[in-house]
Design a protein. Structure first.
Length: 332
């Protein structure tokens, strides 16, 4: 557009110089001014029309990009010039290639997920046999240690199974009214061997508190929080578990341990994938996955996870359950 203006101005100047210097062209100053005004007016009108025509495609394209529409290919503007047609064809080709690669990646991930789920189910069979052997030989003191180690393996495999199911959580989600204490008690029962090994006592508020949530996925979150509390609690320590309802009606589950706590500079990153922090490195027991997975599931099912901790004074983790699960409302 600027080049057109420069070209027109140069042409106009040369035309005026030619008219002014050529004695054969008798033209008054007023006539020359009139000619200049006429040419400039015509050029401005042409410029405005051309600007509108040439920018209409770009404006529509920018509008589509700001809309973040998943079906933007269907909304591509009609081409005005040949370059617009080329642009449309290029964008469509790139999008199709991207969709193809994405489809291949999803297929590969699905195969890997299916393989992982099948592997976990296969491994669970010998683990079940091991558990039956442990239960049948509890009179031997060494069985307590064996059971604690069995539990660690069981938890790792079970977590792997949940990880493989997370991408399809939306299809495996059922809301139901349940008692929060029962959810916690079920997980504590499974973790009892670990607590006995470390001589950890549980101080739990046994009052009933009805909530609406998905029991299976909520138990998964609770399991991650409890395993962290047990892992970092000192031998002979106590884990405090309490439930209450906020003024707004939200049910809250709080788990407090007497572990080493979390430094203030690590708190904002505790839910990051792979982050272990100073405490995890000190105990050489952290994978950086437990809290990350708990947070990912919590966000999907509408639970708010919060952590309050002071280094050297334990950790306080809270699960706040929604009154109406927004995820389920969206899915409907």
């Amino acid at each position: 557009m600027k080049s057109w203006i420069v070209l027109f101005m140069i042409a106009l100047v040369f035309t005026d110089m030619l008219v002014w210097m050529d004695r054969g062209l008798a033209m008054n100053i007023s006539s020359l001014v009139y000619l200049n005004v006429l040419l400039i007016t015509g050029f401005i009108v042409f410029l405005l029309w051309r600007y509108k025509k040439e920018t209409s495609y770009t404006k529509e394209l920018l509008h589509i990009s700001n809309e973040n529409d998943l079906h933007w290919q269907e909304a591509l503007p009609e081409p005005v010039f040949n370059r617009d047609q080329v642009t449309n064809e290029f964008l469509t080709r790139v999008a199709n290639e991207h969709i193809g690669k994405l489809s291949e990646m999803k297929s590969a991930n699905l195969i890997e997920s299916d393989y992982t789920a099948a592997w976990v189910h296969e491994v669970k069979a010998p683990l079940t046999a091991m558990k039956m052997t442990i239960d049948a030989n509890r009179e031997y003191p060494a069985m307590r240690k064996v059971e604690a180690e069995w539990l660690r393996v069981h938890l790792l495999i079970d977590r792997q199974l949940y990880m493989s199911r997370m991408p399809t959580l939306e299809t495996d989600y059922v809301l139901a009214q349940t008692d929060m204490y029962r959810l916690v008690a079920a997980e504590l029962r499974d973790l009892t061997p670990w607590c006995l090994e470390k001589n950890i006592s549980i101080d739990i508020d046994e009052k009933e508190l009805e909530i609406v949530t998905d029991s299976k996925w909520s138990r998964f979150i609770i399991r991650q929080l409890l395993t962290n509390a047990i892992k970092y609690s000192p031998a002979g320590g106590t884990i405090f578990i309490a439930t209450h309802r906020k003024a707004g009606g939200h049910g809250v589950l709080t788990i407090i341990d007497e572990g080493p706590g979390i430094p203030a500079h690590d708190l904002p990153r505790v839910f990051d994938k792979g982050f272990t922090g100073n405490t995890g490195r000190l105990y050489n027991a952290a994978t950086g996955l437990g809290l990350y997975l708990a947070q990912q599931v919590a966000m999907k099912i509408g639970i708010l996870l919060t952590i309050d901790s002071e280094f050297g004074k334990g950790t306080n983790v809270s699960m706040t359950f929604p009154i109406e699960n927004e995820f389920d409302a969206t899915r409907k």
